[in-house]
Design a protein around this ligand. Structure first.
Ligand SMILES: C[C@](O)(CO)[C@H](O)COP(=O)(O)OP(=O)(O)OC[C@H]1O[C@@H](n2ccc(N)nc2=O)[C@H](O)[C@@H]1O
Ligand SMILES: Nc1ncnc2c1ncn2[C@@H]1O[C@H](COP(=O)(O)OP(=O)(O)OP(=O)(O)O)[C@@H](O)[C@H]1O
Length: 295
């Protein structure tokens, strides 16, 4: 029995800007995302019953067609007339409904893995296009690394990786509905927008202080207003010594950037009493680090 394993890493937003609301109800976005060393693992095994089976170490993810990984498999089966079935096992490490693109990354890893298993011969570009049919974050998750994403998230431009540093993440206990946060966003009342171009320049110079200073996310105001504990968590991470702090995606996960592992560990220990899900991980913005399969 052959197992096809794929690593499904989480992302964080270094910037997130919403330019306007579109006719299709989605928001025109401009955001910089980078991959971090916090990952699910997807194991795929072929079955001959022509069905999609799902299982997971987490009780928090749906195990039917509501799961984005299920939908990824279903999309490939229909589009390419595949008869075989598949058993998808998700080893869940990424917190659910956290703003870290966990479900999207699982779907992207499923696309990559099934492309190998079913020998579809699809290029990364073709997989990115298929990913766009599944969700706004899926195209980026197919590609991984550091990228500027525009449109709904499907127009991608690779960027240089962030300077080497540590990321401390804290996820408050409740999950957040992305749709809910976008619904409450008032585009005309955004008080501070990230300077996307300057962030791109900072990445090109590998300028760590500038990257920390330029972190920005227009959804933060909305989420912080709704959940004061997320604001307090953010303040705490800064107080404990992070060089830059931001909420990722629509939240509620908040992250801090730190230049040394010892400082990252210290912040994690200080946060433990306030938050159950705390992690210190490295950025994975470099392509060689991402090409290692499995995990
Ligand atoms: C906030 C981010 O996480 C940033 O990375 C993503 O843009 C959200 O990505 P996602 O969870 O894959 O999003 P989807 O499942 O496509 O959309 C969830 C909901 O978010 C809102 N949404 C999402 C993306 C976008 N560009 N504009 C939107 O308004 C829509 O109401 C949509 O119904
Ligand atoms: N494979 C999956 N892993 C986690 N959640 C999934 C998965 N498939 C579907 N879901 C559903 O999607 C919802 C959002 O979960 P997810 O962890 O992807 O959120 P997120 O990290 O906020 O995503 P994003 O940053 O892309 O908005 C969950 O409430 C869950 O019911």
């Amino acid at each position: 029995m052959m197992i096809y394993s794929e690593k499904a890493p989480a992302k964080i937003n270094l910037t997130l800007d919403a330019l306007h609301k579109r006719e299709d109800g989605y928001h025109e976005l401009e955001m910089i995302m980078t991959t971090i060393d916090l990952a699910d693992r997807i194991d795929l095994v072929e079955t001959d019953d022509g069905r999609i089976h799902m299982d997971s170490t987490s009780g928090l993810v749906p195990l039917d067609e509501r799961n984005l990984a299920y939908r990824a498999a279903s999309l490939l089966r229909e589009r390419f007339g595949i008869r075989q079935g598949v058993r998808i096992f998700i080893h869940k490490k990424i917190p659910v409904a956290a703003g870290l693109a966990g479900g999207s990354s699982d779907a992207a890893a499923t696309l990559r893995g099934l492309n190998r298993m079913w020998k579809l011969g699809l290029t990364l570009e073709e997989l990115v296009k298929l990913g766009a049919e599944l969700g706004s974050d899926v195209p980026y998750c197919v590609q991984m690394g550091t990228a500027l994403a525009k449109g709904r998230g499907e127009i991608l431009r690779p960027l240089p990786p962030p300077p080497p540093c540590w990321v401390v993440l804290a996820k408050p206990p409740h999950g957040i509905s992305t749709a809910d946060i976008f619904r409450r966003l008032d585009i005309d009342r955004i008080s501070a927008r990230p300077e996307t171009e300057k962030m791109i320049e900072a990445l090109s110079r590998s300028d760590y202080p500038a990257v920390c200073r330029l972190l920005g996310n227009v959804l933060e105001e909305v989420t912080l207003e709704m959940f004061p504990e997320v604001r307090r968590l953010k303040e705490r991470i800064r107080r404990y010594g992070a060089d830059g702090v931001l909420m990722s995606g629509s939240g509620p996960t908040v992250f801090g950037l730190v230049d040394r592992e010892s400082r990252a560990r210290r912040i994690v220990n200080a946060l433990r009493g306030f938050c159950r899900q705390v992690f210190a991980v490295r950025m994975l913005g470099i392509p060689e680090e991402l090409s290692a399969r499995g995990g």
